[in-house]
Design a protein around this ligand. Structure first.
Ligand code: UD1
Ligand code: CA
Length: 453
């Protein structure tokens, strides 16, 4: 039978150094709050139960921490007395009896579920306490892992460490998995007799060893265990997340000419053989199907791009943009809440909002769907194989039939039936030889002005 595990996620920090009006765990990475990244990694490690330890912005953090597929309860830590104290906030849940207790931090968002699984597997092989550590490029400030003969004997906080101990570069990430049957007894033995006067979770190592337990450290990449205290670290985490995800996406068969200039959201789906040119930003909710091309300098959010379609350069797809197979949305076009049919073209300088465009239609340069009357939004429906002449304003609500033709420069305020030609503008007048008269009038005006000076 699968081993049960309760995750305890510490997120009660004050986030002082973020200098922010909200808890740091609510700050997004790739468009998703940090805490949600953590909760997803926990869930993906096949953990069914979690307790979120909250402090600042408790309601908002609880909401962002809710995740499908895992039961998440919350407890409030009103006084911050250290990581050991924080874990004990989950006492009631721990007492229910799990095979394992996983402790992780809300401000360590890049941790992967595989790392949790790896630590968990060591417990199933007989360890009682597994601490996740990393080789720190700069260990200053971290707790040091003191290892002897393959066993972890202690974690020494930087402030409490000797000169010799500070030379150790193997550091404590803070993440650990504890034998569930023993966890409460050990946690209750933690005291606050140390440099900071806090209840250190890290004391668990020595407490467990005194109890004859098997304590080990397991290594994970430093990049995965980086925490977030400042906005500068937030930017580093974002960069690190982006690099990791770009790499994964490229390995899955997507081409990026300059990957370092492409920004992905947590849920961006790019299918095989998509080509993404430089300087493209994906906001949340984008799916691009195989063979589509996203040209340079495009911005997409909440959009679906079907197979073979092309977007940009310099296109903006806003939420609800749904581009059909082999359709085109070209330069300086904005599409919002609109479907573009198979093979339809919206190539230049156009706004399409609250609209549907049938297959094979061509929307001329400068076409605008006038969807907003200042109070309400209205829809524009364009049939299949219609042709909208350049610089037309389609005043919604309005519909244009299949195969209809709209003269360029039209202002269309009434429906256009199938196969009709609509002229939404005054007819051109031509007055032979009148140019001379206009010119003479202009010259006379200029002469009179000069004489009057
Ligand atoms: C802790 C570890 C240290 C490790 C480092 C990794 C201890 C004693 N030390 O140190 O060995 O190298 O993390 O970053 O555990 N929190 C609460 N309530 C509290 C205290 C903390 O929720 O009462 C949360 C914080 O919001 C944070 C996490 O626990 O997310 C870690 O706390 P923090 O005070 O940053 O620990 P460090 O001193 O950095
Ligand atoms: Ca810290």
């Amino acid at each position: 039978m699968a081993r049960t595990c309760l995750a305890v996620i510490l997120a009660a920090g004050d986030s002082t150094r973020m200098k922010s009006s909200m808890s740091k765990v609510l700050h997004p990475i790739a468009g998703l709050p940090m805490i949600s990244h953590v909760m997803r990694a926990v869930r993906d490690a096949e953990i069914q139960d979690a307790v979120l330890v909250l402090g600042r912005d408790a309601d908002a953090v609880a909401k962002a921490g809710a995740v499908e597929g895992m039961a998440v309860s919350t407890v409030l830590q009103t006084e911050r007395k250290g990581t050991g104290h924080a874990v004990l906030m989950a006492r009631d849940a721990i007492a229910k009896g799990f095979d394992e207790i996983l402790v992780t931090y809300g401000d360590v968002p890049l941790v992967r579920s595989e790392t949790f699984q790896n630590a968990r597997s060591l417990l199933s092989l007989g360890a009682d306490l597994v601490v996740i550590g990393f080789e720190a490029a700069d260990p200053t400030g971290y707790g040091r892992l003191l290892v002897e003969d393959g066993q972890l004997v202690a974690i020494r906080e930087h402030k409490d460490a000797t000169e010799e101990e500070r030379k150790v570069t193997c550091c404590n990430s803070g993440l650990m998995v504890i034998n569930g049957a023993k966890a409460l007894g050990w946690l209750e033995k933690i005291d606050n007799k140390n440099a900071k006067g806090e209840y250190y979770l890290t004391d668990l190592v020595e407490i467990a060893r005194a109890d004859g337990a098997k304590v080990v450290a397991v290594d994970a990449p430093e990049a995965e265990l980086a925490g977030c205290n400042t906005r500068a670290e937030l930017a580093l985490l974002e960069a690190s997340w982006q690099n990791r995800r770009r790499h994964e996406i490229m390995l899955s068969g997507v081409s990026m000419i300059a990957p370092e200039t492409v920004f992905l959201a947590f849920d961006t789906v790019l299918q095989q053989d998509v080509l993404v040119e430089p300087n493209v930003v994906f906001g949340p909710g984008v799916t691009v199907e195989s063979g589509a091309v996203i040209h340079a300098f495009s911005h997409l959010e909440g959009a679906h791009v079907a197979s073979g379609a092309t977007v940009g350069p310099f296109a903006r797809l806003r939420p609800g943009a749904d581009l059909g197979p082999d359709s085109k949305v070209g330069n300086f076009c904005e599409v919002k809440k609109a479907t573009i049919g198979k093979g339809a073209k919206v190539n230049h300088l156009t706004y399409i909002g609250d609209a549907s465009i049938g297959a094979g239609s061509n929307i001329g340069a400068g076409t605008i769907t006038c969807n907003y009357d200042g109070i309400n939004k209205h829809e524009t429906r364009i049939g299949e194989n219609a042709f909208i002449g350049s610089n037309s304003a389609l005043v919604a609500p309005v519909s244009i039939g299949n195969g209809a033709y709209v003269a360029s420069g039209s202002v269309i305020t009434e429906n256009v039936p199938d196969e009709a030609l609509a002229f939404g503008r005054a007819r051109q007048e031509v007055k032979p030889d009148r140019a001379k008269q206009v010119r003479e009038r202009a010259l006379a005006f200029k002469a009179a002005k000069k004489a009057g000076q």
